[in-house]
Design a protein around this ligand. Structure first.
Ligand code: CS2
Ligand code: MG
Length: 402
């Protein structure tokens, strides 16, 4: 029987910080897992290195489900982003190994191909409406069939999602940057630029918008109703999701589709949202929701309620997660859309990925496993740099959701 013989945890900052787990079996087969948690990376690296690696050595890598249950139930303390990201890294690496041992790309182990490609959305943004419209034009020219639109709110420094430079990376400072936030200014401004996008480019593509947890349920209800003529593909994270029932308030007032889940990490966090049909897309990801094993369970529950997938895929999720996500997206029946932000060039020097982009879709490689390699020698050129996500403060100085 093959055994897990080596487990290496790499922390490096090629373009941004990534935590990567590499497992090696006694037969010399390797598997990769992403363990990146933006702003709390070292917590997961330690959870893996200090608490999980000693439990993994000598285990049978073929027993993916058993190892998942062993790490989840064996922790005693349930769920949470650090635990579920660490378990996700192990799980994803084991699926990579299983694919390589079987000589099959992982999507073949998940039920085989359900679609020719995986539709993705690009991230248009601008410091004002004119700049946003130019950026939408650029993404449409690149062949994207779906585009997210985010513009800076005049006189509000802390608007979410406005790219500075080539790659969007919100965790840009060694201590949390404090950004001002004004909900009323956002509510006055955002519906206008979304309408301007439709006015300029029409309805021949999917338009998405990320509210990023900033509104109360009734504010989100009002916003969703106000933008119904924009026919959004989704309004994302309309209101903080800890209280899943609060989505009912939004749901009751608007037909704008709702998407949530990137900050969640287990099926129990989305169970009420899905079974009560309070959302239309679930955004949980391979890296933060317990890996392919658990994310597949979430997607299968969602399918029972006609909720579609829309996995998180920002640049703070590594190319390992993106590849694993596209394998799962290729196979699941209730696929909706996959978030796709191009990583920095430096990231591509460390991660070699077989994922390709064409005609607005991502395609997995047919290589066995996930089709990703990690170059630790190259990673040595990008030592770890501590970076934090910003903190938002309302005009009265109190903390708001960033
Ligand atoms: C965003 C993310 O991609 C998204 O939808 O919500 O950019 C999010 O802000 C980052 O992943 C946080 O690290
Ligand atoms: Mg988001």
């Amino acid at each position: 029987m093959s055994k897990i013989e080596r487990a290496e945890v790499f922390v490096a900052s090629p373009g941004r910080t990534f935590v990567t787990l590499r497992l090696t079996t006694s037969d010399g087969v390797t598997g990769l897992g992403d363990a990146t948690l933006n702003g709390r990376e070292l917590a997961v690296a330690s959870y893996l290195q200090d608490h999980l690696v000693p439990l993994l050595l000598g285990k049978d890598p073929a027993r993916i489900e058993d190892i998942w249950q062993y790490l989840y139930r064996g922790a005693y303390w349930r769920r949470g982003p650090v635990t579920m990201t660490a378990i996700a890294a192990v799980d994803t690496a084991l699926w990579d190994i299983k694919g390589k041992v079987a000589g099959l790309p992982v999507y073949q182990l998940l039920g085989g191909r359900s679609r020719d490609g995986v539709m993705v959305y690009g991230h248009a943004s601008g410091t004002d409406t004119a700049a946003l419209l130019d950026d939408v034009d650029r993404f449409l020219d690149l062949g994207f069939k779906a585009v997210r639109a985010q513009a800076a709110v005049p006189d509000v420094g802390g608007t979410y999602g406005v790219r500075k430079g080539k790659v969007y990376e919100p965790a840009a400072s060694s201590l949390p940057e404090e950004q001002p936030w004004d909900t009323e200014a956002y509510l006055r401004f955002a519906p206008g630029y979304l309408a301007a996008v439709r006015e300029r480019f029409g309805f021949g593509f999917h338009l998405l918008h990320d509210v990023h947890h900033r509104l109360t349920p009734i504010e989100a209800a009002r916003f969703g109703k106000q933008v119904e003529d924009c026919r959004l593909f989704w309004m994302e994270d309309p209101t903080p999701v800890e209280n899943q029932e609060s989505f009912r308030i939004v749901r009751q007032h608007t037909t704008t589709p709702l998407a949530v889940g990137e900050v969640l990490n287990s099926i129990w966090d989305v169970q009420h949202l899905i079974t009560e049909q309070l959302i239309d897309y679930v955004r949980t990801s391979v890296v933060h929701a317990g890996g392919l094993t658990h994310l597949r369970r979430i997607f299968d529950l969602a399918a029972l309620y006609q909720v579609r997938t829309g996995s998180h895929g920002a640049t703070d999720l590594s190319p390992v997660t993106l590849a694993a996500a596209v394998h799962l997206d290729t196979a699941v029946p209730n696929f909706g859309i996959q978030e796709y932000m191009a990583h920095a060039d430096e990231t591509g020097e460390v991660f070699r990925s077989g994922v390709t982009f064409a005609d607005g879709m991502l395609h997995v490689s047919e290589e066995p496993g996930l089709g990703v390699e990690y170059d630790e020698k190259a990673a040595e050129r990008f030592p770890y740099q501590a970076r934090y996500l910003p903190v938002a403060r309302r005009l009265d100085g109190s903390v708001h959701d960033w």
